[in-house]
Design a protein around this ligand. Sequence first.
Ligand code: ADP
Length: 193
Amino acid sequence: MINIVLFGKPGAGKGTQAEFLKEKYNLVHISTGDIFRYNLKNNTELGQQAKTYMDRGDLVPDELTVKMLQDEVEKKPQATGFLFDGFPRTIAQADALEAFLKTKGWSVTATIALEANDEVLIQRLLERGKTSGRTDDQDENKIRNRYEEYNEKTAPLIDYYTQKGLFYSVNGIGSIEEITRRISSVIDDFIDK
Ligand code: ADP
Protein backbone atom coordinates (compact mmCIF):
# COMPACT_ATOMS: atom_id res chain seq x y z
CA MET A 1 0.00 0.00 0.00
CA ILE A 2 1.42 3.39 -0.89
CA ASN A 3 -0.24 6.66 0.02
CA ILE A 4 1.26 9.69 -1.66
CA VAL A 5 0.33 13.27 -0.90
CA LEU A 6 0.95 15.62 -3.81
CA PHE A 7 1.64 19.01 -2.35
CA GLY A 8 1.99 22.46 -3.84
CA LYS A 9 0.48 25.89 -4.24
CA PRO A 10 -2.47 26.50 -6.56
CA GLY A 11 -1.23 26.11 -10.13
CA ALA A 12 1.83 24.04 -9.20
CA GLY A 13 0.72 21.23 -11.52
CA LYS A 14 -0.58 18.66 -9.06
CA GLY A 15 -3.55 17.64 -11.20
CA THR A 16 -1.49 17.38 -14.37
CA GLN A 17 1.14 15.20 -12.73
CA ALA A 18 -1.47 13.09 -10.95
CA GLU A 19 -2.89 11.99 -14.32
CA PHE A 20 0.46 10.42 -15.24
CA LEU A 21 1.41 9.12 -11.82
CA LYS A 22 -1.86 7.32 -11.19
CA GLU A 23 -1.33 5.23 -14.36
CA LYS A 24 2.32 4.59 -13.74
CA TYR A 25 1.93 3.42 -10.13
CA ASN A 26 -1.64 2.14 -10.25
CA LEU A 27 -2.90 4.64 -7.69
CA VAL A 28 -6.42 5.88 -7.05
CA HIS A 29 -6.29 9.64 -7.63
CA ILE A 30 -8.38 11.70 -5.23
CA SER A 31 -8.53 15.41 -6.00
CA THR A 32 -10.59 17.23 -3.41
CA GLY A 33 -10.89 20.26 -5.74
CA ASP A 34 -12.31 18.05 -8.53
CA ILE A 35 -14.76 16.39 -6.16
CA PHE A 36 -15.96 19.73 -4.83
CA ARG A 37 -16.37 21.05 -8.39
CA TYR A 38 -18.33 17.94 -9.38
CA ASN A 39 -20.66 18.43 -6.41
CA LEU A 40 -21.03 22.11 -7.20
CA LYS A 41 -21.95 21.38 -10.80
CA ASN A 42 -24.51 18.78 -9.77
CA ASN A 43 -25.84 21.01 -7.02
CA THR A 44 -25.59 18.30 -4.36
CA GLU A 45 -25.94 19.09 -0.67
CA LEU A 46 -22.16 18.98 -0.34
CA GLY A 47 -21.84 21.30 -3.33
CA GLN A 48 -24.22 23.79 -1.75
CA GLN A 49 -22.29 23.67 1.51
CA ALA A 50 -18.95 24.23 -0.22
CA LYS A 51 -20.05 26.86 -2.72
CA THR A 52 -19.60 30.10 -0.80
CA TYR A 53 -16.12 29.11 0.35
CA MET A 54 -14.98 28.04 -3.10
CA ASP A 55 -16.41 31.17 -4.73
CA ARG A 56 -14.27 33.30 -2.45
CA GLY A 57 -11.19 31.14 -2.84
CA ASP A 58 -11.40 30.19 0.84
CA LEU A 59 -10.74 26.69 2.08
CA VAL A 60 -13.84 24.64 2.70
CA PRO A 61 -14.18 23.83 6.45
CA ASP A 62 -12.15 20.83 7.60
CA GLU A 63 -15.10 18.83 8.84
CA LEU A 64 -16.81 18.77 5.44
CA THR A 65 -13.58 18.12 3.59
CA VAL A 66 -12.38 15.31 5.83
CA LYS A 67 -15.75 13.55 5.71
CA MET A 68 -15.76 13.76 1.93
CA LEU A 69 -12.23 12.41 1.65
CA GLN A 70 -12.98 9.46 3.89
CA ASP A 71 -16.07 8.63 1.82
CA GLU A 72 -13.96 8.64 -1.35
CA VAL A 73 -11.38 6.29 0.14
CA GLU A 74 -14.13 3.97 1.36
CA LYS A 75 -15.49 3.77 -2.19
CA LYS A 76 -12.27 2.06 -3.32
CA PRO A 77 -11.79 -1.03 -1.20
CA GLN A 78 -9.64 -2.68 -3.90
CA ALA A 79 -7.10 0.13 -4.05
CA THR A 80 -3.44 -0.71 -3.67
CA GLY A 81 -2.46 2.92 -3.29
CA PHE A 82 -3.83 6.45 -3.22
CA LEU A 83 -2.64 9.71 -4.65
CA PHE A 84 -4.04 12.57 -2.60
CA ASP A 85 -4.16 15.81 -4.59
CA GLY A 86 -5.20 18.97 -2.76
CA PHE A 87 -5.53 17.18 0.56
CA PRO A 88 -4.49 17.67 3.31
CA ARG A 89 -4.45 21.45 3.21
CA THR A 90 -4.48 22.15 6.95
CA ILE A 91 -2.81 20.59 9.99
CA ALA A 92 -6.23 19.40 11.19
CA GLN A 93 -6.77 17.62 7.86
CA ALA A 94 -3.32 16.02 8.08
CA ASP A 95 -4.05 14.78 11.60
CA ALA A 96 -7.41 13.45 10.45
CA LEU A 97 -5.79 11.71 7.48
CA GLU A 98 -3.20 10.05 9.69
CA ALA A 99 -5.83 8.85 12.15
CA PHE A 100 -8.08 7.60 9.36
CA LEU A 101 -5.31 5.71 7.54
CA LYS A 102 -4.24 4.21 10.84
CA THR A 103 -7.67 2.60 11.28
CA LYS A 104 -6.80 0.62 8.15
CA GLY A 105 -3.23 -0.14 9.16
CA TRP A 106 -1.90 2.39 6.63
CA SER A 107 0.07 5.62 6.77
CA VAL A 108 1.26 8.40 4.50
CA THR A 109 4.22 7.02 2.53
CA ALA A 110 5.50 10.38 1.31
CA THR A 111 4.51 13.96 0.64
CA ILE A 112 5.91 15.27 -2.63
CA ALA A 113 5.87 19.01 -3.17
CA LEU A 114 5.97 20.70 -6.57
CA GLU A 115 7.90 23.92 -6.19
CA ALA A 116 7.55 27.04 -8.34
CA ASN A 117 7.61 30.74 -7.60
CA ASP A 118 4.40 32.72 -7.19
CA GLU A 119 4.83 34.83 -10.33
CA VAL A 120 5.01 31.77 -12.57
CA LEU A 121 2.09 30.18 -10.77
CA ILE A 122 -0.24 33.16 -10.96
CA GLN A 123 0.43 33.45 -14.70
CA ARG A 124 -0.35 29.75 -15.14
CA LEU A 125 -3.64 30.12 -13.27
CA LEU A 126 -4.72 33.14 -15.30
CA GLU A 127 -3.92 31.20 -18.50
CA ARG A 128 -5.86 28.19 -17.24
CA GLY A 129 -8.79 30.46 -16.36
CA LYS A 130 -9.14 31.48 -20.02
CA THR A 131 -10.09 27.96 -21.07
CA SER A 132 -11.01 25.93 -17.99
CA GLY A 133 -14.17 27.81 -17.09
CA ARG A 134 -12.94 27.89 -13.48
CA THR A 135 -14.14 31.20 -12.12
CA ASP A 136 -11.62 31.01 -9.29
CA ASP A 137 -8.86 31.20 -11.93
CA GLN A 138 -10.25 34.25 -13.71
CA ASP A 139 -10.11 36.77 -10.93
CA GLU A 140 -6.79 37.95 -9.56
CA ASN A 141 -8.33 38.74 -6.17
CA LYS A 142 -9.59 35.19 -5.79
CA ILE A 143 -6.22 33.83 -6.81
CA ARG A 144 -4.52 36.09 -4.28
CA ASN A 145 -6.91 34.93 -1.59
CA ARG A 146 -6.10 31.29 -2.36
CA TYR A 147 -2.40 32.12 -1.90
CA GLU A 148 -3.16 33.75 1.43
CA GLU A 149 -5.06 30.66 2.50
CA TYR A 150 -2.12 28.54 1.36
CA ASN A 151 0.45 30.61 3.23
CA GLU A 152 -1.55 30.75 6.42
CA LYS A 153 -3.09 27.27 6.60
CA THR A 154 -1.30 24.93 4.20
CA ALA A 155 2.36 25.99 4.33
CA PRO A 156 2.70 24.77 7.97
CA LEU A 157 2.34 21.25 6.58
CA ILE A 158 5.87 21.51 5.17
CA ASP A 159 7.27 21.45 8.72
CA TYR A 160 4.68 18.92 9.80
CA TYR A 161 5.77 16.36 7.19
CA THR A 162 9.44 17.31 7.35
CA GLN A 163 9.47 16.46 11.06
CA LYS A 164 8.01 13.08 10.23
CA GLY A 165 10.72 12.55 7.60
CA LEU A 166 8.09 12.36 4.88
CA PHE A 167 8.62 15.57 2.93
CA TYR A 168 10.22 15.58 -0.53
CA SER A 169 10.53 18.58 -2.75
CA VAL A 170 10.69 18.56 -6.55
CA ASN A 171 11.37 21.40 -8.95
CA GLY A 172 8.01 22.10 -10.60
CA ILE A 173 9.40 24.17 -13.47
CA GLY A 174 10.13 22.32 -16.71
CA SER A 175 8.26 20.17 -19.20
CA ILE A 176 5.45 17.94 -17.95
CA GLU A 177 7.51 14.83 -18.79
CA GLU A 178 10.56 16.17 -17.03
CA ILE A 179 8.60 16.85 -13.86
CA THR A 180 6.95 13.42 -14.01
CA ARG A 181 10.47 11.94 -14.16
CA ARG A 182 11.58 13.96 -11.13
CA ILE A 183 8.60 12.82 -9.07
CA SER A 184 8.99 9.23 -10.27
CA SER A 185 12.58 9.10 -9.14
CA VAL A 186 11.46 10.10 -5.63
CA ILE A 187 8.71 7.47 -5.64
CA ASP A 188 10.97 4.76 -7.08
CA ASP A 189 13.45 5.44 -4.31
CA PHE A 190 11.04 4.66 -1.50
CA ILE A 191 9.33 1.81 -3.36
CA ASP A 192 12.75 0.11 -3.55
CA LYS A 193 13.39 0.52 0.16
P1 ADP B 1 -6.13 25.03 -6.54
O1 ADP B 1 -5.92 25.38 -7.97
O2 ADP B 1 -6.39 26.23 -5.69
O3 ADP B 1 -5.08 24.10 -5.98
P2 ADP B 1 -8.22 22.96 -6.19
O4 ADP B 1 -8.85 22.52 -7.44
O5 ADP B 1 -7.32 21.99 -5.50
O6 ADP B 1 -7.51 24.32 -6.55
O7 ADP B 1 -9.33 23.43 -5.14
C1 ADP B 1 -10.32 24.39 -5.48
C2 ADP B 1 -11.06 24.86 -4.24
O8 ADP B 1 -11.68 23.73 -3.58
C3 ADP B 1 -10.19 25.49 -3.16
O9 ADP B 1 -9.96 26.86 -3.39
C4 ADP B 1 -11.05 25.23 -1.90
O10 ADP B 1 -12.12 26.13 -1.80
C5 ADP B 1 -11.62 23.86 -2.17
N1 ADP B 1 -10.75 22.78 -1.62
C6 ADP B 1 -10.07 21.84 -2.33
N2 ADP B 1 -9.38 21.01 -1.51
C7 ADP B 1 -9.61 21.45 -0.24
C8 ADP B 1 -9.18 21.03 1.05
N3 ADP B 1 -8.36 19.99 1.22
N4 ADP B 1 -9.62 21.72 2.12
C9 ADP B 1 -10.46 22.75 1.98
N5 ADP B 1 -10.90 23.21 0.80
C10 ADP B 1 -10.49 22.58 -0.31
